[in-house]
Design a protein around this ligand. Sequence first.
Ligand SMILES: [Zn+2]
Length: 189
Amino acid sequence: MKSTSKSKLKKLERTAYHEAGHAAASYLLGRRICRVSIVPDYKNGSLGHSAGHRLRNFHPDYDESDKTRLKVEREIMILMAGEEAEWFYSGRRNKEGARSDRHEVFKLMGYIDDDPDSWRLYCKWLRIRTRRLVINHIRWKVAIPAVAHALLSKNKMTGAEVAEAIQAAIQKEIAASVEAKAGPIVRRF
Ligand SMILES: [Zn+2]
């Protein structure tokens, strides 16, 4: 394989893990998504994208309830999960690729905090929380690669396909761990 196509593939893999991070986080945090894609959109300069359904009754600009704040936190974590997944699975932190995500995070954070010090700590806490889920949580560790692999073979997935891929991977993981605990099956003839 030529080095150019190899680096291209690596780029595509990184995009797949990035978008899988957003999609898996959405699914695991209970946020419905419409679609996820790793097809580049040269018009708006994005390598891939994931889109969630429009949130109903979501007005963080004037609704300061805890319920809305939790929804904002979830949106922020979904946005952060792309960069964190790409970093964890590729070993590279792609701040440039996550620029629009960071921009959205910045905007959303403005709804829940306006003091710069508290804002910074709150944002840092959400990033650490997201990172810990990506790195340590078994469901996330199963879901992100499952969606990334499916994306690499299909390029685009609907929300239903994402849910299906994650559920199948989690079931497989559960079956494997049950088998591991039970030990090898001894067949008697
Ligand atoms: Zn992103």
